[in-house]
Every structure is written in C-alpha cells, then in structure tokens.
Ligand binder design. Structure first.
Ligand code: CA
Length: 245
C-alpha cells in the first residue's frame, strides 16, 4: 500500500516537458501547429501578437518560441531582436516562421537572432525535427548528464543520483537543481530564482525559495553534494563545486 505522500509523488509528472510558445496571429495556423506540437509531446502555449508573447514569456518561461514574421503589432523580426537583446531570455531559442522564401529575409531573420527559420508551408514532421535540432544545439535537450563530483543529473532520464544512488526530488527541487547546475558559479538572488525557476508574476514569497533550497539540500543528503548549493549571504544562492568563500 502506498501512503498519500507516495501517491502524490506518483502523480507528479516525471518529465519537465519542453515548453514551446507559438506567436502567430492567424488562429487556424496557430491551432494547427499547437495540435501537432502537443501530439509530439511538447507543452504548448500561444500568443496572437507580440504583446501577448511578452506576457507569456515572462509568466511561462518557454524553452523555445516559434515566431511568425507577419504579426499585427510588431514584426516577428523586431520581436526576435527585442527578445534576444533582453538578458532575461538568454536561454530562449527562437525559430522564425514565414511565407517569404527570399534569401534576404532568411539572412535578416538569422541576423536578428533567430536560431532557425522555416518557410511556410511546412510539414508537421519537418517542424518537429527542426525544433528538436534547435533545442539540441541550445542544450535544452540534454543528452549529456550534468556532473558535479558525486552528484549526477541526467536530464534525458530525469534522474538525479549521488554516489550512484538515485535521489527522488519533487518537481520544484528538480527544476531548481537543474537550473543551478546549468548556471554554475553564478549567484542568483531569491527574486531571480523565482523568475527563472518558477516564472515571473508567480505571486509567491521569496522565502519560498529558501524552503525549496532546504528540501533540496536535505534530499541530496550526502554532505559534499549539499555543499554545492551555497548560500551567499545578502545575495542569494550559487551552485559551485569550489570551496565556499
Ligand atoms: Ca501572421
């Protein structure tokens, strides 16, 4: 018999699925893309214009944005430029969608910061393949496990182990550890961690971060693995395998 806590754990999603934002004003095209990406296993969020896109980006923290070239309030190219200039979107991959097949436009799209460029019409299979290729290049599909001493995080298998022993983490602790391990040696304030791990405009107190850091350290159990998650007094937290200073 499983107790209620164990049951709750089983019901938690085992994968943090890749989240994709579709920015396209034409609803039938947007819905068609959303349908196929959903079927391919992605979590899909949608925006009909640039303003909605920026709200969704801040709230949902997608891994990749599909940005149509022709949008009502700003061109997709301008949106891509704006997003790539903003450090908050440093990890966001962008694929531009366009009906234009001109080489000039393709170059402009890529120079604007897009990671790839797809010309309409495209097949769902081609779109999914291009998305996977971009995510792999961006390091968002991690085949390589993250390793810090005896601590291993295998994002592909969604497993964390210390000294070869598997550790079970709640979804938030897993996301927090994954974020910290992919951004080592940098100090993040509680507000920054809330933005990057929980998503902006999530109205929770900064102390919540401390609670999850405590749980994460406790779950890691082994003293040395705990020490990688360092408190930097007055500043926040840092993942580091170097001695705390
Ligand atoms: Ca459009």
């Amino acid at each position: 018999m499983l107790g209620p806590r164990a049951m709750a754990h089983l019901q938690e999603p085992m994968m943090t699925a890749t989240k994709i934002l579709i920015v396209e004003d034409e609803a039938p095209i947007r819905e068609m893309i959303a349908f196929h990406l959903g079927r391919a296993g992605f979590v899909v969020i949608e925006a009909a214009n640039c303003q909605e896109a920026r709200t969704q980006l801040a709230n949902e923290r997608p891994d990749l944005a599909l940005v149509d070239w022709m949008l009502p309030d700003m061109s997709g190219l301008e949106l891509t430029r704006v997003l790539k200039r903003d450090r908050a979107n440093a990890d966001l991959a962008i694929i531009m969608l366009t009906a234009r097949a001109d080489e000039y436009d393709k170059v402009a799209g890529l120079e604007g910061g897009a990671d790839d460029y797809i010309t309409k019409p495209f097949s769902p299979r081609e779109l999914v393949a291009r998305i996977q290729a971009v995510l792999r290049r961006a390091g968002n599909i991690d085949d390589e496990p993250l390793i810090a001493g005896e601590l291993h995080l295998d994002a592909a298998g969604h497993r964390v182990s210390v000294d070869g022993k598997e550790i079970r983490l709640g979804p938030t602790e897993y996301r927090l550890l994954h974020f910290l391990m992919t951004h080592p040696e940098r100090v993040f304030s509680r507000a920054q961690l809330l933005d990057r791990v929980w998503g902006a405009n999530v109205y929770i107190e900064e102390r919540t971060v401390d609670v999850h850091v405590r749980r994460l350290r406790k779950a890691l159990a082994a003293e040395t693995a705990q020490q990688y998650i360092q408190t930097v007094r007055g500043a926040g937290y840092r993942f580091s395998t170097k001695d705390k200073s």
